[in-house]
Design a protein around this ligand. Structure first.
Ligand code: NAI
Length: 350
């Protein structure tokens, strides 16, 4: 085996399922895994591999305080809620880390300028499976509308009453899709199957969305005409808190609002007021602005200190999932495969 270069990688915010898919991706890539890889995987690496990957898995997140652990590593693999601001990047640079490989699509948690200043490249996984997130968006819409989560419990308790379960027919309803990139277009494709009228907004218009029959409108028109508003744009300085008290006022009474993109798109104080005033009739969230303090961890025995989050969970017409839009076997495999490829071949650099 020509083991000419071993890339030492530190993987942060690791869950058990991450280890399994990354070790499989290393094995499939034909690189030479060490550390926690099963011996058989190491032995099966082809003799031709010239760049091998050796991952050490850390369960805790990447932040300025933990970046110091990276002294012996060339690359870090990071996730959506890792804090990769200027302080973290400075600490990584001191450890001589050369590459931050994000195992996600969004990169709003990275100070890209600081990374460039310190000569650290940042890669991401731009399109591991847009359909995966789009399908979860529809799961939120359908569950909120037809209340299958409540029906499940009722029937198990022998309660077959239908009061409180009244939904609406999706067919012919107008859905506003904000952001018509890969996930937005996948959502449009699925909504077409339900016979919805889709209107959309994006500063960069996409012919694919037009070809799918969606009609571009300005944001105010989208808010005014939509029974359902679904967010599919990245978090940046232009989109931060795009859903606020002002934009909510432009929406229909009883609107269904869905956010599977990034928590910071939504001002949570404004949506709590919108729920209390019944402006928002249904709220589906897969993301939350301060989710890094909560998501991906079992807090069932803790006293949760985020009062706005706790308030949101008390409304009967709110459904929150803990950033699981990406979480299918197919998507995880693709994420791991592309991340390893990005590390070895310097692809998908931001
Ligand atoms: P993409 O880059 O293909 O599309 C994003 C679209 O948003 C682009 O067309 C862009 O022009 C548009 N956009 C940018 N600023 C906008 C604004 N202010 N208003 C309206 N549109 C705007 O990204 P993709 O793959 O479709 O992902 C969308 C978002 O979904 C990601 O940024 C990420 O935050 C989120 N996401 C969530 C996941 C989850 O597990 N819940 C998993 C993967 C992505």
């Amino acid at each position: 085996m020509n083991n000419s270069e071993t890339i030492r990688v530190a993987c942060f915010s690791t869950q058990e399922h991450d280890k399994a898919v990354f070790e499989r991706a290393i094995s499939n890539a034909g690189t030479c895994a060490e550390s926690s890889a099963p011996k058989s995987t190491i032995d099966s690496a082809p003799s031709s591999c010239s760049r091998s990957v050796n991952i050490t898995y850390f369960t805790h997140g990447l932040a300025a305080s933990t970046a110091r652990l990276c002294d012996d590593y060339d690359v870090v693999i990071a996730f959506v809620n890792d804090d990769i601001g200027a302080e973290t990047i400075k600490a990584l640079a001191q450890c001589k880390v050369k590459h931050i490989a994000l195992r996600c699509a969004g990169f709003n948690n990275v100070d890209i300028k600081a990374a460039h200043d310190y000569g650290i490249q940042v890669s991401r996984v731009p399109a591991y499976s847009p359909e995966t997130v789009a399908e979860h968006t529809l799961a939120l819409i359908l569950t909120l509308n037809r209340q299958t989560h409540k029906a499940y419990n009722r029937v198990r308790e022998g309660n077959f009453a239908l009061n409180g379960l009244l939904g609406f027919t999706l067919n012919n309803k107008t859905v506003g899709v904000v952001g018509t990139g890969k996930i937005g277009c996948s959502v449009i494709r699925i909504l077409n199957g339900f016979g919805c009228r889709v209107i959309c907004y994006d500063p960069n218009k996409n012919q694919e969305a037009r070809d799918l029959g969606a009609q571009y409108v300005d944001l105010d028109t989208l808010f005014a005409e939509s029974t359902i508003v679904s967010l599919h744009c990245p978090l940046n300085e232009n989109s931060y808190h795009m859903i606020n008290s002002e934009s909510l006022n432009k929406m229909q009474n009883g609107v269904m609002l869905i956010n599977t993109s990034r928590g910071g798109l939504v001002d949570d104080k404004a949506i709590i007021n919108g729920l209390k005033s019944k402006k928002i009739g249904y709220l589906g969230l897969d993301v939350y602005e301060r989710e890094s303090e909560l998501f991906f961890t079992d807090h069932s025995q803790d006293i949760i200190q985020d009062d706005n989050f706790q308030r949101l969970t008390t409304f009967p017409n709110v459904l929150i999932t803990g950033h699981q839009g990406f979480f299918t076997a197919e998507a995880l495999n693709e994420i791991a495969h592309v991340t390893i490829d990005n590390i070895i071949n310097n692809n998908n650099i931001v």
